[in-house]
Design a protein around this ligand. Structure first.
Ligand code: TYM
Length: 331
């Protein structure tokens, strides 16, 4: 059985980008693999959340993982900071990671550009901690969206480097779990190419959005004044609407609006109405489970406790073996 590891930062509620990037197909995934899904609370500290926000966001993601279909009986669900071995592995890996390669990472460069007042060391070493998350359970596959591709490549580099330095094949080289297709990047409703909470709240559809909230956001989505001649290329905003429709609607529906676009007969109001209805149908079962689970505090705590126990067991084994390989011995 392959091992699958994936994480999500607790920065708010899960949106459709997270769902299609990291969680799609995970009902099948947890049947066929040994899965570890965690909440990357250490990673989220780079943005300095308040203690209260951090706690409630961790709880939200726990609930949303389960509501979206992760089964705690089949998969290990845990909070990253409940498994402190990840810090040790991150430290050990960091000895063979070079500052220059970390400074060249696209997500780091973007953070430097966007938030020049908070270029903390945690941002720089972010890919090392992420590699430690993955290698801690000696993962084979990592379900992620397109934006995490470079981090995953670095994980393979660090694993390979460790194997080379210590002349063994201890770490496997984990690959993206791409469900047989390209890694996805779900666009936003505001015309941006990536659905992302940090850009604009209204660009995201959350799994915890009530139907009327979804409808309002979709009806306000950015479009344009419509094509004026057949075959006219789509603007980014309109391309986004089609991509979102591809994610949640049937192929027939998508084809219908594609034809309408090509014939210059498209009415974006109708398209948005359909898109909203299909998104609501997609999100509603998850939304309802979220509401139920919010009332089940004891159950949520139990899932986190048991998940942490299982994850720590797996982590402890790796750390013991890595220490031996490196030559760390206790007297
Ligand atoms: P994060 O928290 O930003 O996002 C969680 C997951 O959602 C995916 N994602 C998207 N996929 C498609 N379209 C989008 N618009 C979109 N937005 C987000 C991300 O690719 C990701 O899979 N560094 C990670 C968290 C992490 C991790 C790990 C992931 C820490 N350690 C180990 C995997 C394995 C992150 O910031 O993801």
């Amino acid at each position: 059985m392959d091992r699958v590891v994936s994480g999500i930062r607790p920065t708010g509620f899960l949106h459709l980008g997270n769902y299609f990037g990291a969680l799609r197909n995970f009902i099948k995934m947890q049947e066929e693999n040994e899965c570890f899904f965690f909440i990357a609370d250490y990673h989220s500290l780079t943005t300095h959340p308040t203690p209260l926000d951090l706690q409630s966001n961790v709880r939200n993601i726990l609930i949303e993982y389960i509501a979206a279909g992760l089964d705690p009986e089949k998969a290990t669900i845990y909070v990253q900071s409940d498994v402190p071995q990840v810090c040790e592995l991150s430290l050990l890996l960091s000895m063979n990671v070079y500052i220059g390669e970390l400074q060249r990472v696209a997500s780091f460069k973007e953070k430097v550009r966007r938030q020049p007042d908070n270029v903390n060391a945690g941002l720089l070493t972010y890919p090392v901690l992420m590699a430690a998350d993955i290698l801690l359970h000696r993962a084979d596959k990592v379900p992620v969206g397109k934006d995490q591709e470079q981090h995953l490549e670095m994980t393979r580099d660090f694993a390979q480097r460790f194997n080379r330095i210590y002349k063994n094949e201890y770490f496997k080289l984990p690959v993206a779990y791409n469900f047989g297709s390209e890694l996805v990047k779900i666009p936003g409703l505001d015309g941006s190419t990536k659905m992302s909470k940090s850009d604009n709240e209204n660009s995201c559809i959350y799994l915890a959005d009530a139907p009327e909230v979804i409808r309002k956001k979709v009806m306000k989505a950015v479009s344009d004044s419509g094509p004026t001649e057949p075959g006219q290329p789509k603007t980014q905003a309109v391309e986004n609407l089609f991509q979102l429709m591809k994610a949640v609607s049937t192929p027939d529906t998508l084809q219908y609006f594609e034809d309408q676009y090509q014939n210059c007969a498209i009415r974006y109001g109708d398209m948005k109405k359909q898109l909203a209805a299909d998104m609501i149908a997609f999100v509603q079962p998850v939304y309802e489970r979220i509401l139920e689970l919010r009332e089940k505090d004891d159950y949520i705590r139990k899932v986190a406790r048991e998940g942490a126990d299982r994850a720590r067991e797996s982590a402890a084994k790796t750390i013991k073996e890595v220490r031996e390989i490196i030559g760390i011995k206790s007297f």
